[in-house]
Design a protein around this ligand. Structure first.
Ligand code: NAI
Length: 321
């Protein structure tokens, strides 16, 4: 296909190579999804051994799935065989691919450098996507001219030359299970690139939803007041956390806000909340609560630390239920 801005974009065939930058919680899951869809995947991390450890974990996951009869051995082996690893901090050494999904730590300066190196080294038709949950696409490309983004654009790197091919592909944790992908458009993202990426996400079994690069995109914006109001009600002693969650579940939500933030991690959830709050000029609708700050300060981060709002056993099962 040819884009409206003249740059060809071509993500269609399932055997096109993909690179995933960052082999952490999200990157390893995204690599798995891409490999399952048939793509040869290069999983890149700057930490020695990180990508290899991610592949080992994936191998163990597939062993379990095979043992349970959920995946046949041949499919598991073929999927794992499509993933190769690469350790580097220099993105100009990433092999040529059709799509890059960046999932490194949530730090604007690191992402800026990565996208500039990718732009320099990859073909102009390569789509460059970020899995950021709270940074603006325009701040990453450096094209932002107004507001908070412009302040962020304060000068470490110049604006990218081809911002049209930069988009957000915001996966949810864990990527192999969560179908939703927010397909995020920056100010200058090419509509054809967004269309192609959405179509590609469907071939990966995902449900793509288009949105603009505004603070929190859709989910993290709408959910902020949901978490915040729940925390304020508990803080004010109006309801206890278990009753609140039970009430919301009975009202049709799959999980209550207390259990959900424990699952996400209170620290991760607070960081996203603070980012949305700052990006909206500290709009009180998104203000983080003292309740959540206290949890984080006390190390009660949720399921991963055995205690958040609720308590959990080693396997992650809730003990307070
Ligand atoms: P993580 O901390 O588990 O993994 C990040 C990985 O990036 C690490 O393995 C680290 O070694 C690597 N890395 C750091 N700097 C690098 C560099 N310069 N070059 C190559 N690799 C580098 O982080 P996680 O949770 O996987 O998050 C990654 C991204 O996904 C962030 O932008 C985050 O906001 C976003 N995200 C996270 C979600 C979550 O629930 N954890 C959900 C949706 C998006």
């Amino acid at each position: 296909t040819t884009s409206t801005t003249g740059a060809p974009s071509c993500l269609a065939p399932a055997d096109l190579p993909v690179a995933v930058i960052g082999a952490g919680a999200m990157g390893s899951g995204i690599a798995q999804v891409a490999a399952q869809a048939g793509h040869p995947v290069t999983l890149v991390d700057s930490q020695r051994g990180a990508a290899e450890r991610a592949v080992e974990k994936l191998t163990a996951t597939f062993d379990t799935l095979v043992a349970r009869g959920r995946v046949d051995r041949g499919t598991a082996q073929a999927t794992l065989a499509r993933i190769s690893t690469h350790t580097t901090r220099d993105m100009t050494t990433v092999p040529p691919v059709a799509l890059v999904v960046e999932a490194v730590v949530e730090q604007i300066d690191i992402k800026r450098v990565i996208f500039r190196q990718l732009e320099e080294a990859q073909s102009p038709t390569t789509v460059l996507a970020t899995n950021t949950s709270s940074l603006s696409i325009d701040a990453i490309t450096g094209v932002a001219t107004t507001g908070h983004d412009a302040a962020l654009h304060g000068g470490t790197s110049p604006a990218m030359a081809q911002p049209g091919r930069v988009i957000g592909l915001h996966f949810f944790n864990p990527p192999p299970l969560m179908r939703l992908v927010e397909v995020v458009s920056g100010e200058l993202s090419d509509p054809t690139v967004l269309d192609d990426a959405s179509a590609l996400m469907r071939t990966w079994g995902k449900t793509p939803v288009r949105c603009a690069s505004t603070p929190g995109f859709i989910v993290n914006r709408v959910a902020r007041p949901f978490y915040g109001e729940a925390q304020r009600m508990v803080e004010e002693g109006l309801v206890d956390p278990a009753s609140l969650d039970l009430t919301l579940r009975q009202a049709g939500f799959r999980m209550g806000p207390m259990e959900l933030t424990d699952l996400i991690g209170q620290d991760v959830n607070l960081a996203v909340g603070e980012s949305v709050w700052h990006q909206t000029g500290q709009d009180p609708r998104y203000a983080p609560t003292a309740y959540q700050r206290d949890l984080v300060r006390a190390g009660r981060l949720g399921r991963k630390t055995g205690r958040g709002v609720f308590r959990y056993d080693e396997s992650g099962k809730m003990l307070d239920a």
